[in-house]
Write a protein that binds this ligand. Structure first.
Ligand SMILES: [Zn+2]
Ligand SMILES: [Zn+2]
Ligand SMILES: [Zn+2]
Length: 243
């Protein structure tokens, strides 16, 4: 190996990469950060990610409402209001995307950012069991079989908005049967975005940045990819339904 730059992989990390032991590799990468205490605004990144999801889910909800009234000439004012709100949200999304990238660019290049990039390159990183349980626990779509969370990214093509339900999810609102009050929204938001330093925050941070869970040593990739047997069953059921 040539002359090292700060942040380059050390032999230990390279060996773990080659070994295919993803859980050990990701754990190693985190521990290196713990030793060095490199500055990274992880909490800031999470905050922006929640807002990106809120924004997109609000747009999805308002677009669905717009579709319902679009052909009704008596609803002209409502239509204009909805269109205005959607346009405002689109512009806000652009700002949030820029903010996300600003924060991400500030991440020290090294083992942890390699770990984060590796995990986030998996399209279904957010379907980690810890994050599914978290969504289901607060009454999100993962508690039902609508499949909103798993298909969210594909439906809107917004990579940064992929993830679980927020206060703005229209499907959750329908399932609940009522609109959340401002107080209820604040309460739910605190669960979606737990305070930095709490046990809940650390749990979410490990799962969503590195695919890790304390006490679990399975390969994180196996935990987000449905086993082949699942797809086989889905295929059999689809054929039976067709017959
Ligand atoms: Zn849903
Ligand atoms: Zn939902
Ligand atoms: Zn979910």
């Amino acid at each position: 190996m040539g002359v090292r730059l700060p942040g380059d992989s050390r032999q230990e990390e390279i060996d773990l990469e080659k070994s295919g032991k993803v859980c050990s590799l990701q754990r190693y990468r985190w521990n290196v950060l713990q030793d060095k205490k490199e500055p990274m605004d992880i909490a800031g990144l999470f905050r922006v990610e929640v807002r990106l999801r809120e924004n997109t889910q609000a747009q999805m909800r308002l677009t669905a409402k717009l579709q319902e009234v679009l052909t009704d000439p008596l609803q002209k004012t409502v239509i204009l209001e909805l269109q205005e709100q959607i346009a405002k949200l689109s512009s806000e999304y652009w700002d949030l995307e820029m903010r996300w990238w600003e924060i991400k660019c500030g991440f020290y290049v090294g083992p942890v950012s390699r770990g984060i990039d590796f995990w986030r390159a998996q399209p279904k990183w957010y379907m980690h069991p810890v994050l599914i349980e978290d969504c289901a626990g607060r009454g999100g779509c993962c508690a039902r079989d609508c499949g909103c969370c798993v298909h969210r990214e594909r439906r809107w093509g917004r990579k940064l908005a992929a993830g679980h339900c927020t206060t703005e999810c229209g499907c959750c609102e329908k399932a609940r049967g009522f609109e959340l009050s401002d107080e209820q929204k604040t309460r739910l938001r605190k669960l979606i975005q737990p305070e930095n330093g709490t046990v809940h925050y650390e749990k979410i941070r490990f799962a969503s940045l590195l695919g890790l869970e304390v006490g679990n040593f399975e390969n994180p990739l196996d935990r987000i990819n449905a086993p082949k047997i699942y797809w086989m069953w889905a295929w059999i059921l689809a054929v039976l339904a067709w017959l």
